[in-house]
Design a protein around this ligand. Structure first.
Ligand code: ZN
Length: 328
């Protein structure tokens, strides 16, 4: 009973925030996000197991933008051809928001907070999907963020400015916190209009504000919780980390934003335009993709088509994304 009531409150709070925020404060410029709110026809959570750890992909919905943003160095005609052959639109690329809930012992850990209302009208569905599992934001003990871009931290702030996850410790990479939160970031490297850059920076500040006093900062390359290790992947942002979940002989690798969409950043080696240090990001991609391929790891991509699980295959010319079969 209590669970249901709480869920209703959260869902209406999120719906309210979406209405207000997309209408005014953070409206998207044409082309940066789909203007229409999508209907919900299917459940958007996916349960699987990593050894003894119960894992659930929880969708926060969708974001998107011009494909040229996500494949920054692609020749335009070639990019269009690749999208056409994948039966994808050539003028807009849709990206998923695959957050992951881990239940390790009696603790619930959420990897990535999701976009909420910061990147268009189709984010913020995480709370609904938590509710579908019979959980509320109160049940989350830890939220670990791979990097502080708005689509990864947007849901941290509730509509009334309070903590959306009142009982959670929030962990973020130290170098990102310094770059985006403690300083005024120069985002002129991003291939988006200047007003978008300004909203992007403001949305980061706004989203993390309820947690600034007791944020836990981590360095890439350490086991931060039992069974959860960060792997440094700097380049996309100064501090981005990817995650390795391990239990027994089972492993799951989360690639954060090493790639936006497998079609353009794995099957083709085009570089994401928003990578701040292009060469460092490409080196991190190669290093981590090589490991994933060599160890035949199960991989979860934050922005890949839901539920975002598959494996990376080494080919003669690069890599190929092989989606995992659906498990019932
Ligand atoms: Zn992202």
């Amino acid at each position: 009973m209590l669970t249901l009531n709480r869920r209703k409150i959260m869902v209406s709070a999120v719906a309210g925030a979406t209405g207000i925020m997309t209408g005014r404060a953070i409206a998207q410029p044409a082309g940066m996000a789909s203007a229409q709110t999508m209907p919900t026809r299917n459940a958007a959570f996916y349960r699987f197991q990593v050894g003894d750890i119960a894992a659930t992909v929880l969708s926060d919905g969708l974001i998107g933008g011009p494909p040229t943003v996500y494949a920054g160095n692609a020749p335009e005609a070639e990019l269009e051809e690749v999208l056409r052959r994948a039966f994808l639109p050539t003028d807009h690329m849709t990206l998923n928001l695959n957050t992951l809930l881990l239940e390790i012992g009696d603790r619930r850990i959420l990897l990535e907070a999701g976009a909420g209302a910061t990147m268009g009208p189709n984010g913020g569905r995480l709370f609904d999907n938590l509710g579908a599992l019979g959980l509320t934001p109160d049940d989350i003990d830890v939220v670990v963020i791979s990097h502080t871009h708005p689509d990864h931290v947007g849901n941290l702030r509730a509509a009334d400015g309070s903590r959306a996850f009142p009982n959670a410790t929030v962990m973020a990479p130290r170098a990102d916190w310094s770059f985006f939160v403690e300083n005024d970031p120069d985002l002129s490297y991003m291939p988006v209009p200047q007003d978008f850059q300004q909203r992007f920076a403001a949305n980061i500040q706004r989203s993390v504000e309820p947690y600034v006093r007791d944020i836990e900062l981590y360095e890439g390359g350490a086991e931060i919780l039992s069974g959860l290790t960060t792997i440094s992947a700097s380049g996309h942002t100064p501090g981005m980390a990817t995650f390795l979940v391990e239990s027994g002989s089972d492993q799951l690798l989360l690639t954060a934003d090493l790639a936006y969409h497998p079609i353009i950043n794995i099957d083709r080696a085009w570089r994401p335009g928003p990578d701040r240090d292009q060469d460092q990001a490409a080196a991190a991609r190669a290093r981590i993709f090589d490991r994933a391929a060599a160890e035949r790891m199960l991989v979860l991509g934050f922005h890949y088509p839901f539920p975002g699980l598959g494996r990376i295959l080494r080919t003669d010319t690069g890599y190929a994304w092989v989606p995992a079969n659906w498990e019932f």
